[in-house]
Design a binder for this molecule. Structure first.
Ligand SMILES: Nc1ncnc2c1ncn2[C@@H]1O[C@H](COP(=O)(O)OP(=O)(O)OP(=O)(O)O)[C@@H](O)[C@H]1O
Ligand SMILES: [Mg+2]
Length: 254
């Protein structure tokens, strides 16, 4: 297993926000993390990425407990695209993506051909090559999101965590980004609100509700009318695509 979380617990004061979460991902797997607002998706991803320490439980990535891996070494293996991430300095698109190379460079080494190749490939993957000289501050919301994804890709990680990466993206780029995440061969966890996109692109889905895992498995096993009613509080009908066997949710207008 490439990512293992065991009995993660985290909270503030007396409020438990991540309640005994365990999960495991095989190499190359894309796991969808879904759940209503406030269910703990972002908090869980921050624990998995090592940005916060759990009150109990442990996270193992590529065979090592991340509590014992230095931050820089962890950043060579794990990239995290945070929800509503901002870059507040006055950098160009290319300079933001170059930051992704930081964990791979030492104080003495210059900018290498491998660094340049990783940055160029990352910009191409998110369709931003033509915009590389533009100031990040002047980008649209969706363009900013794509640049942050490029920065994570430039990190050349083995594991990628993405918190609502399709936020602000037009439908073409939503599909392109998720197709890329699935096809690139990385082990990834993607928090998503669009349940149909989760059904289309994820190998497995984990459902969080008030900090706890309430369902996990193949999209067709997890996304049931009952779950949509009980956890997401919507009425819907589930259809199945004949070719892929994947579910498609038709929400009822009322
Ligand atoms: N540092 C904190 N202090 C107090 N409450 C917090 C803190 N961090 C998170 N919470 C609360 O924990 C709950 C889970 O937050 P989290 O951001 O993980 O949810 P989420 O599933 O990512 O939601 P969304 O879909 O809206 O992004 C929320 O109710 C949030 O207000
Ligand atoms: Mg969130």
């Amino acid at each position: 297993m490439t990512v293992i979380a065991q009995n993660l617990v985290w909270g503030v004061r007396r409020k438990t926000i991540v309640a005994n979460v365990s999960l495991a991902l095989a190499e190359g797997e894309t796991l969808g993390l879904i759940g209503p607002n406030g269910s703990g998706k972002s908090s869980l991803l921050r624990l998995l990425a090592g940005l916060k320490a759990p009150q109990s439980g442990r996270v193992e990535i590529l065979g090592r407990d991340i509590a014992h891996v230095p931050r820089r070494a962890l950043a060579r293996q794990v990239a995290f695209v945070q929800q509503n991430a901002a870059t507040d300095t006055n950098l160009s698109v290319r300079e933001v993506v170059r930051l992704g190379r930081t964990p791979h460079r030492s104080a003495l080494s210059g900018w290498s051909a491998a660094d340049e190749a990783a940055v160029s490939a990352a910009l191409a993957r998110v369709d931003m090559v033509d915009r590389r000289a533009q100031a990040w501050q002047t980008l649209s919301g969706g363009e900013r999101q794509r640049v942050h994804i490029a920065r994570a890709l430039a990190q050349s990680p083995s594991v990628m965590f993405l918190d609502e990466p399709t936020n602000h993206l037009d439908i073409h780029h939503q599909i392109e980004i998720l197709r890329m995440v699935r096809n690139i061969g990385l082990t990834s966890i993607v928090a998503l609100h669009d349940l149909n996109l989760a059904a289309m692109f994820c190998d497995r889905i984990v459902v969080l509700h008030t900090g706890a895992v309430v369902a996990s498995g193949l999209p067709q096993a997890v996304l049931t009318e009952t779950l949509l009613r009980d956890i997401f509080r919507v009425e819907a009908e589930i259809c199945t695509y004949t070719q892929s066997g994947r579910p498609h949710i038709r929400f009822k207008a009322g």
